[in-house]
Design a protein around this ligand. Sequence first.
Ligand code: ZN
Length: 225
Amino acid sequence: MDADLEDLFNEVATSKTFRVTKPLADGPRKKFAITSAPRVEAPARLFDDFEMSRQERVDTLKEAVPDALYISDEALRAIQDHISWGERTRENQFEQGGIIIGEQAEDRGKAVSVVTCAISALETQGSQTYVKFDHLTWKRMLDQFDQMVATGQLNRNQKIIGWYHTHPNMSVFMSGTDMGTQRSLFYNPWNYALVLNPQQQFCGCFKGKDADIAPLVMFERARAR
Ligand SMILES: [Zn+2]
C-alpha cells in the first residue's frame, strides 16, 4: 500500500485512535489584547533556503519528528511566492505575513501539526504596501478563514495552525510584539509561528506560547491517484 502523509491525514480524519481537536472551537479568539513580552532569538540560518529535512513517508504519528511543524510543498511555495523568496522587491522590503492552515492530530502525548495552505494578509491599501498586523488585519484573515470553511473551500478538520511573517533584511527571531501576538492568539502547544527573511532566505520555526524553536519539515503532498 502506498502510504504517505496523505494517508496520515485521511487516517487523522477518520481513525478512532487519533484524536482530532475540534476544528474551530479551539481556534484563535477574535477578541484579544496584544501585549509585549521578551523576545526569543533563533540561531542564525536555522533553515538554509528551505533545504530542510524531508520526510516523505510518515505512516503513523510515532514516526513523526517530535514537535515538528510539517508543511506541504504547496503551502511553502504559496508563502514563498507571497514574500518573493530569494528576490528583492519593493513589497518585500516591508513586513509581510499571513496565517497557516492545516490539521492537527495527537495520540498518547505525541502531536503533529500539518500545514496544507496559507492565507496572506492583504497588503494594498492605497499606497501602503506592507502589513500592519493590527486588529483589522487579523480580523480580515480570520474572517476569510471562516468564509473558506463555510463555503467548503476548507474542510472542517482544517484549522488555523499559526502565522508567518517576514523580517526583511533582519535576523529571524520573535520580537516582543511577536511574542505578544503568539501569546494572545497562538498559545496552544500545536500552534506555530514562522519567521522568514526572504532576501537572505532563512527561516525560523517557533512553537507554542513560549515560541520554543522547533523543527520544520517539508513534505510533498501525494499526487491524485
Ligand atoms: Zn517579527
